[in-house]
Design a binder for this molecule. Sequence first.
Ligand SMILES: NC(=O)c1ccc[n+]([C@@H]2O[C@H](COP(=O)([O-])OP(=O)(O)OC[C@H]3O[C@@H](n4cnc5c(N)ncnc54)[C@H](O)[C@@H]3O)[C@@H](O)[C@H]2O)c1
Length: 250
Amino acid sequence: MENKVTVITGTATGLGRETAIKLAGLGHRLVLVDFNEEAGAETLSLVKEKGAEAIFVKADVSNEADVQNYVKQAVDTFGKIDYFVNNAGMMVSLRLLHEYSLEEYDRVMNVNLKGAFLGLKYVIPVLLENGGGSIVNTVSSNSFKPTAFNGLYSATKHGLAALTKSIGQDYQDQRIYCVGVAPNSMKTGIANKAVQTLTAERGAQLAASTGPNIAATPEDIADTVIFALTTGAAMLTGTIVNCAGGEIFN
Ligand SMILES: NC(=O)c1ccc[n+]([C@@H]2O[C@H](COP(=O)([O-])OP(=O)(O)OC[C@H]3O[C@@H](n4cnc5c(N)ncnc54)[C@H](O)[C@@H]3O)[C@@H](O)[C@H]2O)c1
């Protein structure tokens, strides 16, 4: 895996950061992308401590010019892209559908679905030029079934699962592989703000909408991301890997 060039979005915290640290240990050259400059710079230091060649590019993934810029920075710095971890994402406040504002709808769609699409739109041509490559989209157990009060987020993750399946179907002859990795209860800060809209009653309904499962750390899920991106990419392409710790979605 030495000398492979990997672009990862959402690397300031959580799964993106842990994946970057593990890939640094495997010798990947890294392009770290996030809109959180301060925590993004910390991740850059952590991967450099592991000996990785790496750059950080500040970008809002929902902004087309920012996406074009992180792809350009990757190519200008390292000459190619081998792997893409399309991971940046957010949650909006948990509500019933009719309670959401159009601004909330636009924000979560823009980041989780349009942002992921823009990454694919601009990274895939670089992979094609390089003779192929592989992609992991961070989807969710909400790509299978919405948790309670989570309809908009779930819609974005269903959408991203559909894009994953499309790539699996459309690019086989061009050696572009794409796998969806679907965490369930992963211990990060992503839901901290979103859950503040829950009353005690809704909190109980949310808990009841989730089956028993083994909670994951971002380090646990990073191992699956790396397998799906590298060794497993061709055979897993177009599929969603359910990392739900025993909770089954059919
Ligand atoms: N934590 C979970 O239980 C869970 C479950 C299923 C799926 N996921 C998905 O995992 C991925 C990583 O989330 P996490 O749990 O590590 O949370 P996190 O909040 O720690 O990480 C998300 C990262 O994305 C970045 N980001 C958000 N919006 C951005 C934007 N517009 N432009 C650039 N960067 C942006 C954040 O700054 C952060 O670094 C997300 O796609 C999330 O939807 C998480």
